[in-house]
Design a protein around this ligand. Sequence first.
Ligand SMILES: [Zn+2]
Length: 188
Amino acid sequence: MTPPTPLEVQLRSLDAQDVADQTLRDRVHQRLNERCQLDPETGCWIYTGNWDDRGTSRVRVGVRTYTLTRVAAWLYVAGFELWDARWVYHLGVCPNPACFNPEHLAVAADRAAAQAAMRAIGRYGSAAGRGQAAPGRRFSLDEARLVRGRLLNGEEAALLARELGVRVQAIRRIADGRSWPEEGKPPG
Ligand SMILES: [Zn+2]
């Protein structure tokens, strides 16, 4: 038997790398599937794993962790890499920041583009945007109005806090008028 040429050795090592990548992908995919609850009304795939207090869920892939939406894009969007410079955000059709249904996600060129897209659909920096909103940040009056409106529509303060990347106390302060008191207090 003749020894393999350098090119053959290189090709075999690339094949082995492909197989290793696919195995890792399959393992992570399975882990997400085990922590997925389908919402039949919205079609959302709700992640039931852990969330941190900034409203971000991180998923371990190999030795590093990445945000849930980034991992979802890596699994479901052709050509999207974990270290991709592009940013992943939730589309307006998706009411749930804990969702990782790829049909409810979009990819923007960078962080600013993702934030602009979210702002356009009434979302302000969220779990989709890698938890970039500081927990202690101040809301604008428009944001306070939006939060009050959504609370009046029956949305839960904890879920809003998660989506907006703030602590639930910040939402409660808006709700009971300690923040932006000129806006009044929603009933209930
Ligand atoms: Zn969704």
